[in-house]
Design a protein around this ligand. Structure first.
Ligand code: C2E
Ligand code: MG
Ligand code: MG
Ligand code: MG
Length: 287
């Protein structure tokens, strides 16, 4: 299915690029074995409220290849999508992320990225509901992030699946907002809880007055529609200051916290609590 509509086609190369093509095929084969071989892992990146509250972690998938080392999700997710391997891999991500979140000392939410292929695959809603029930994670602590491509591809089925997911009690997030083709009516129709402004807008805040105007308009529009707004890719204090001033609800980026292994999360949460109790956020946030 994925192949027939051209989604996630990364292995389309011009004549003379055989080496690259071979690498793609080889990786696709090896990805098959990666779950069982323990080659996949998750990192978690924190999301903060503007007042410094630590509210969520986004799970980000990593593949450590025996020979090639760390392979970026930007490279292997499209491969996994075109071979539909994303379905079992995505199920593993969901299960593992929920399991981790249950073990955190506080009730931060966990955000999991879901690709279109996965969302429209058979039994996806069951997979999610089983991840929740087997781990015991409260549904309101789970956020699913989907990108705008999901909304364009198969509208009726998408609407049905998203409603069923909402009925489970979890939160739906539109990721990388502004990079695709969503219209306001889409946002309204699909009833997302939250938008994530794409990093490209955040980056331009430093240098570009127009970017500020666009982000202000996006935030005000989202608020009017009853949506929360997160900004991703916050890298500089100037971007942070601008986003706080514009009324962004949540912030994520290297300035505030890099994706980290699960072993560091407990410590971050504890430190965060101590800082909050002392009303001192300076060690955590350069705000
Ligand atoms: P995304 O969901 O938009 O995730 C944010 C990406 O931006 C992550 O890259 C993160 O490490 C990076 N990032 C966060 N803060 C900053 C910053 O301040 N500056 C910069 N330059 N980058 C920042 P990552 O981990 O390489 O993931 C790339 C994409 O791969 C994700 O984009 C998501 O679309 C996809 N992905 C990752 N994990 C999964 C997964 O488990 N399932 C699916 N379907 N897709 C995934
Ligand atoms: Mg995401
Ligand atoms: Mg994103
Ligand atoms: Mg992004």
């Amino acid at each position: 299915r994925a192949k027939s509509n051209g989604r996630g086609r990364v292995c389309v190369f011009e004549v003379g690029m055989n080496a690259e093509q071979d690498r793609c095929r080889e990786l696709e084969r090896e990805l098959h074995g990666a779950i069982a071989a323990g080659g996949l892992s998750l990192l978690f990146q924190p999301l903060f409220r503007p007042d410094g509250d630590l509210v969520c972690f986004e799970a980000l998938l990593r593949w450590t290849h025996m020979v090639h080392g760390a392979i970026s999700p930007a490279e292997f997710i499209p491969l996994a999508e075109s071979s539909e391997l994303i379905v079992p891999i995505g199920a593993w991500v969901l299960q593992t992320a929920c399991q981790e979140a249950v073990a955190w000392p506080c009730d931060q939410r966990v955000a999991v990225n879901i690709s279109a292929v996965q969302l429209l695959s058979e039994d996806f809603v069951t997979t999610v509901s089983q991840a929740l029930s087997t781990t015991g994670l409260a549904p309101e602590r789970l956020e699913l992030e989907v990108t705008e491509s999901v909304l364009i591809e198969n509208t009726d089925q998408t609407l049905t699946v998203l409603s069923a997911l909402r009925a489970l009690g979890l939160r739906l997030v539109l990721d990388d907002f502004g990079t695709g083709y969503s219209s306001l009516s889409y946002l309204h129709r699909f009833r997302f809880d939250k938008l994530k402004l794409d990093r490209s807008f955040v980056q331009r805040l430093d240098t570009d007055e127009d970017a500020r105007t666009i982000v202000r308009a996006m935030i005000s529009m989202s608020k009017d529609l009853g949506l929360e707004v997160t900004a991703e890719g916050v890298e500089t204090p100037a971007q942070l200051a601008a986003l706080r001033e514009l009324g962004c609800d949540e912030l994520q980026g290297f300035l505030l916290g890099r994706p980290m292994p699960k072993s560091r999360i407990r410590m971050l949460i504890m430190r965060h609590h101590t800082a909050r109790a002392a009303d001192d956020l300076t060690p955590l946030l350069v705000m």
